[in-house]
Design a protein around this ligand. Structure first.
Ligand code: IVH
Length: 666
């Protein structure tokens, strides 16, 4: 029995490791995972005859992509990158302390730190320059993601002050809540799967192949462990403070204390206060602060004996399900939303929760009137994780799944591949039309100055039904809108006019094709160069592009198959929108950079892609390398050190982002 259970647990935990580290899409909570891991550890201790080196208890989960050659250089870690032992029980910290007390003969103190919920990174600095940034991988070797890491503003490429010639510093790359919510809102808007929590979002972003997209994701970093030969420190806290002096980002929430009782006080304080932090923490890390003692305590196969983690249990609340609303998304997806009896949870009052889709509701066996458990897993809306069957009232009823769109009444269709129901009336359903217009005018799309309320008015007054109607609006019509004056109408018309210069990839994104997000639009524009080539592409041709799968290919084909969309594109072309890549000159806005060859390097306030598009739109040419032909280097934050050196040698001008805007100002 024990053998069977051990094998089943190993298999299950390996699968969870894969979902967590490789797919960045865990299917169970950390808590459930840790409980199963503890069970396996206990069984392996009780039945040592079934020990195995392959057991998930013996190695850390791996983030190295096995299936796909992702194109990152694999680098062996100089010191293995281990994990931490953990507990959810504050009293078990006494056992941790007792083990240490037994092994040490000298006094010791603890460094108490927040456990940042992100993805581990190992930075190597050589002579003060960032040389490598390697993910944990399987603990022995990881992926060098230095190009992506260089887009993180808090990580310096060059250190200041006096630092050791060579050292490693490890820490966590994380995504603050605000950036996480923004990214997920965008993903939801594009019908792309949202990230379950900021950790997955950070890990997923760090493994993107396009650093320009990484730069937009708002990643941040905190470093908490220095390693190297003969480093001049006797305490961990001193080493971390020194790192701050070299310009490295460290946590400002750490505290050194002398007793395990004080550790518990720190934990109690942060169990409450963490809710006010702008980023996610999943626990507290406790480390012996004296480095000699750390060395004496050493490591087990998987984790240091000198440190452990206390993890916070996810917070839950129990409340009643009052009713279910069915919302129509921009691309017609139907999302059930639970209306709950208001209940306090992690500092806010929860009234609504997402139920995702019909399968999820069936799985929960949810009834109207049920008591349900809600959790804030990091999503914008909390989720219902379980029901309390013993509390079900006699009159509880299964919610009626709608057959028709709650807005336009069209019969819903089910998309089997995604377990989602859709309103198929994309071109006639009022909710879809209005949200399609809101998407079209949004900042990352056509950047037209108007809000949702304006769109609502334009639609209700019968002025705008189709995207092309926006370009037919007149000042006389606009001044009839509530609160609009001549000036606001003129500003609006001006921004409509300006939007005609929007480059092709943004126009493509603005069309709102289901599953075609900003990044996919860029990729498609780069590949096909024009809407004509894209709209006549076969499924095979579409599938040849990296990252375009069956679902996306089908969605693109069905968009261009629809005569209403064909007509729309024809009209928008006549109006003068850009339906071709810039290269052929069609997107030109000025000749100010005519004849100039520009090398763009570093991080800008907008994506590098946009900066390059601006260079071309103003008649310039982009080049990847510095040579005698280079007219100037357009340098953002942290430009490539080699490029700057070469430019200085050749006496080539270095232009800042602001200077560049002045050069092309019109
Ligand atoms: S120290 C040898 N300190 O939590 C172990 N880890 O679950 C060194 N983490 O692998 C790790 N915040 O990715 C340490 N203040 C902190 C941390 C921290 C988050 C992560 C780290 C570690 C994981 C263990």
């Amino acid at each position: 029995q024990a053998k069977e259970r051990i094998e089943a647990l190993r298999e299950e935990l390996s699968k969870h490791n894969y979902n967590y580290y490789v797919l960045n899409a865990p299917t169970v909570s950390d808590f459930e995972f840790d409980i199963k891991m503890q069970e396996l550890e206990t069984l392996e201790k009780m039945f040592p005859q079934f020990a195995s080196e392959d057991s998930p208890t013996q190695h850390v989960g791996s983030d190295i992509e096995k299936k796909q050659a992702k194109g990152f250089e694999q680098v062996a870690h100089r010191y293995p990158m281990l994990s931490l032992g953990n507990t959810y029980n504050i009293d078990e910290l006494n056992d941790f302390n007792d083990r240490i007390a037994k092994l040490l003969t000298v006094p010791y103190s603890f460094s108490c730190e927040l456990k940042f919920d992100g993805t581990a990174i190992c930075l190597t600095y050589k002579n003060g320059i960032l040389d490598k940034a390697v993910t944990r991988g399987d603990g022995i070797k990881g992926d060098n993601v230095i190009d992506n890491v260089l887009t993180i503003k808090s990580i310096p490429q060059r250190l200041k002050g006096s630092y050791p010639d060579e050292f490693e510093i490890r820490g966590e790359i994380f995504m603050p809540w605000d950036d996480f919510y923004r990214l997920n809102a965008e993903k939801e808007d594009n019908d792309e799967p949202a990230f379950a929590n900021p950790r997955n979002a950070a890990a997923g972003s760090l493994k993107l192949l396009d650093s320009e997209i990484v730069a937009e994701r708002g990643l941040d970093c905190v470093l908490y462990h220095i390693l190297g030969e003969n480093l001049p420190f006797s305490k961990h806290s001193e080493a971390i403070e020194a790192a701050a002096g070299w310009g490295l980002p460290i946590s400002k929430y750490s505290e050194v204390v002398n007793t395990i009782e004080e550790v518990k006080e720190y934990i109690e304080k942060w169990d409450t206060d963490r809710k006010t932090l702008p980023f996610a923490t999943d626990g507290i890390v406790i480390k012996v602060n004296e480095l000699d003692s750390q060395r004496k305590l050493g490591y087990t196969a998987k984790s240091p004996r000198w440190a452990t983690a206390y993890k916070f249990k996810p917070e839950q609340a129990l409340t009643r399900l009052l009713s279910v609303d069915y919302q129509v998304g921009r691309t017609g997806a139907i999302t059930p939303v639970a209306n709950l009896e208001p209940v306090p949870l992690s500092g806010t009052i929860v009234k609504r929760a997402s139920l995702h889709n019909k399968d999820q509701m069936d799985l929960l066996d949810i009834h109207i009137g049920d008591y349900v458990y809600v959790e804030k897993g990091g999503e914008i809306i909390p989720k219902i994780t379980a029901i309390a069957p013993e509390k079900r009232p006699a009159d509880a009823s299964v919610p009626d799944w709608p057959l028709r769109c709650p807005d336009c009444g069209a019969l819903l269709v089910r998309d089997e591949s995604q377990a989602k129901h859709y309103c198929p009336n994309n071109t006639g359903c009022p909710t879809q039309i209005k949200s399609g217009i809101i998407h079209f005018i949004s900042r990352k799309a056509m950047n037209i100055l108007a809000g949702e309320a304006t769109v609502e008015q334009l639609y209700t007054k019968g002025l705008v039904f189709s995207l092309s109607d926006l370009y037919k609006l007149t000042e006389d019509q606009l001044v009839t809108l509530d609160g609009w004056k001549e000036k606001s109408a003129q500003n609006f018309l001006e921004s409509i006019e300006n939007s005609k210069k929007t480059p092709f990839f943004r126009v493509l994104y603005a069309l709102g094709i289901r599953h075609v997000g900003e990044n996919t639009a860029k990729m498609l524009a780069r590949h096909f160069k024009s809407i004509d080539a894209l709209s006549s592409a076969s499924k095979e041709e579409l599938l040849q592009i990296d990252e375009v799968g069956e679902i996306m290919a089908d969605s693109i084909l069905s968009y261009f198959d629809n005569p209403v969309n064909q007509e729309l594109i024809k009209e928008l072309k006549e109006i003068g929108l850009q339906f071709e890549e810039n290269e052929d000159g069609s997107g030109k806005v000025s000749d100010r950079l005519a004849g100039a060859t520009v090398v763009v390097s570093g991080v800008f306030s907008v994506s590098r892609e946009e900066i390059k598009a601006m260079v071309e739109a103003n008649g310039g040419k982009n080049s990847g390398s510095v040579s005698g032909k280079t007219s100037f280097i357009l340098a953002g934050d942290k430009p490539g050190a080699e490029k700057i050196k070469k430019a200085e040698k050749l006496g080539i001008r270095i232009v800042s982002e602001d200077e560049f805007y002045k050069m092309i100002e019109d």
